[in-house]
Unconditional design. Sequence first.
Length: 219
Amino acid sequence: MSIVEFAIVLPILLVLMLGGTQVVTYINATRKVELVAQSISQMISQMTPPKGSTIATVTAADLHYSYDAAIVLFPYLLKDGPRQGLQWWQDIVINYTSVAFTQKSANCTDSADMSACYTANVVWTSTGTYGGDKRLCATPLQPADNTAPPSAGTLPRSVFGPGSLIVIDVAFTFNPTFGAKFFPASRVARSVYVQPRYATLVTYDATTSDGIASKCPGY
């Protein structure tokens, strides 16, 4: 009787154990995606302007360096990428954007909703080298509710105001290793909006560009 009971219960226990492992892995992945977005935004936003200027500059090398930091912050990519026939850097999408706000009218002082007073213009943006939806040049970003899912064409209303922003969008598709035929892949996306710490604006040095980003006309 004990053997029969064990044979009946064992498959259920294995399903629960393996399923629980996948849940933990998914939760850890969501935390790592957020960590990657926050860490890269801090790297780019802390760029220091040269003496006598208030504008800082990033190069293609800076973007590659910060992108490669994802492998340290999220080492799961090293085994998840090859499992899906990808390089680790193809397993995660990281898009960079610098946004400058211009005031629509000097008489606009609506402190309750600054999105009515400012236009969000893209200064430079990732060119999609690593995939994903980039934020487009010459297309002002539209205000959206603070609780709305991140999108390439919008910014939360609360971040509108004078100055500029660094926006980092990170996305990762979690594919379960157990029960993949029964459970669909889940997309984890996080966006971080940070003001430059030591500069009024962070621009991009297009002279050293290798295709990872492009500077928008007018900037």
